[in-house]
Design a binder for this molecule. Structure first.
Ligand code: NAP
Ligand code: 8YV
Length: 316
């Protein structure tokens, strides 16, 4: 049987299917995964990992005969795909099967911010409704202008989910897409014109802190920032300062710079909604992601091809 090194968690179904064709070596069962790899890495054929853990350079160096890395997630910024490609290692990910779920998370975060669901839930639980009367009014989602930073697979799904709310969708990415929404070549200009900015680009060097102080100030005190992309896309220190100063109105965040650590200053603010990176985390969507993660490995084992390579490995 081929040897599979598994980083991070997997569903029972994934483990069952993989166990039929691979000998699975789980990093989570090892006291020192690096030491295990240094000793046994030459015998490892495949790696299964996820978008958060990726594959550390030191792990890669200890895997001279690796054939493929299957990532349980669409974002693969934690994997050095160029280094993998140079070694002849194909990297796969799980595009499309999570579009709807992550889009729901983005829209849900926007709604929770606008309609102050957390505040009002706390209001009822604390008995304040009875004592103080009706809660203060909130803001309507309907009719807002929403700027999508990264109109790719998930960005388009977000735009589709927003349509029934009569929102005006505009977008920024490096190049215009074949869509009817207004395109902004400049992110600050877009931020100035929108009520809500939703970030859904990949992470990595090209998007590092592109949502900076200038963008947040352009979004302004009545603006809402939603981040379901990667923590690295937003300058977290600038975000905390903008929210504390009231230069930015609200933020709904699923992702953070140093997950699972979330800065204390952010946790203290009541104009933010914080989620523990659960954009795709439903039973249904994780099953679909898990199936594709496993299918990529099984197909490579069978005939050396894969179903969903990352773009950098598409011609391998
Ligand atoms: P995708 O289809 O590749 O779309 C990415 C979009 O970002 C494209 O429109 C791209 O357009 C744009 N983009 C890339 N680099 C950019 C830059 N430097 N500046 C501006 N725009 C840029 O990817 P997807 O499948 O929608 O996934 C997007 C990302 O969502 C993933 O990579 C992952 O980080 C994140 N994600 C998060 C969760 C979660 O649980 N929170 C779940 C799934 C995915 P251009 O190339 O024209 O710039
Ligand atoms: C996962 C994600 O939570 O697909 C992505 O890019 O961020 C999420 O779906 C992540 O891959 C960790 O498993």
């Amino acid at each position: 049987m081929a040897n599979l090194f598994m980083i991070g968690s997997a569903t029972d179904v994934m483990l069952e299917r993989l166990g039929e064709k691979f000998t699975i070596h789980r990093a989570s069962d090892m006291d020192d995964p690096q030491a295990w790899l240094d000793e046994n890495g030459a015998g490892v054929d495949y790696v299964a990992t996820n978008g958060h853990d990726g594959v550390k350079p030191a792990f890669m160096a200890a895997l001279p005969n690796l054939k493929a890395i299957s990532c349980y997630g669409v974002g693969y910024d934690a994997i050095d795909t160029n280094a993998a490609r140079e070694k002849g290692v194909v990297v796969t990910h799980t595009p499309n099967v999570l579009n709807a779920e992550v889009a729901t998370t983005a829209v849900m975060l926007m709604m929770v911010c606008y309609r102050e669901l957390l505040r009002d839930d706390a209001y009822v639980r604390a008995g304040r409704w009875e004592k103080e009367g009706n809660a203060p009014l909130t803001r309507s989602v309907d009719g807002q202008t929403v700027g999508i930073l990264g109109l790719g697979r998930i960005g388009q799904a977000i735009a589709d989910k927003l349509a029934p709310f009569d929102t005006t969708v505009v977008y920024h990415s490096r190049s215009p897409k074949d869509v009817d929404y207004k395109y902004y070549s400049n992110l600050v200009d877009m931020a100035r014109d929108v009520d809500v900015l939703i970030c859904i680009t990949p992470g990595g060097p090209s998007t590092n802190k592109i949502v900076n102080r200038e963008v947040m100030d352009a979004l302004g005190p009545q603006g809402t920032l939603i981040n379901v992309s990667r923590g690295s896309v937003v300058d977290e220190d600038a975000l905390i300062a903008a929210l504390q100063d009231g230069r930015l109105g609200w933020a709904g965040l699923d992702v953070f710079v140093e997950e699972p650590k979330v800065p204390e200053a952010l946790r203290k603010l009541d104009n933010v909604v914080l989620l523990p990176h659960v954009g795709s985390a439903t039973v249904e969507t994780r099953a679909a992601m898990g199936a594709l993660t496993v299918d990529n490995l099984l197909q490579h084992l069978k005939d050396g091809t894969v179903i969903s390579p990352v773009p950098e490995c598409a011609d391998m």
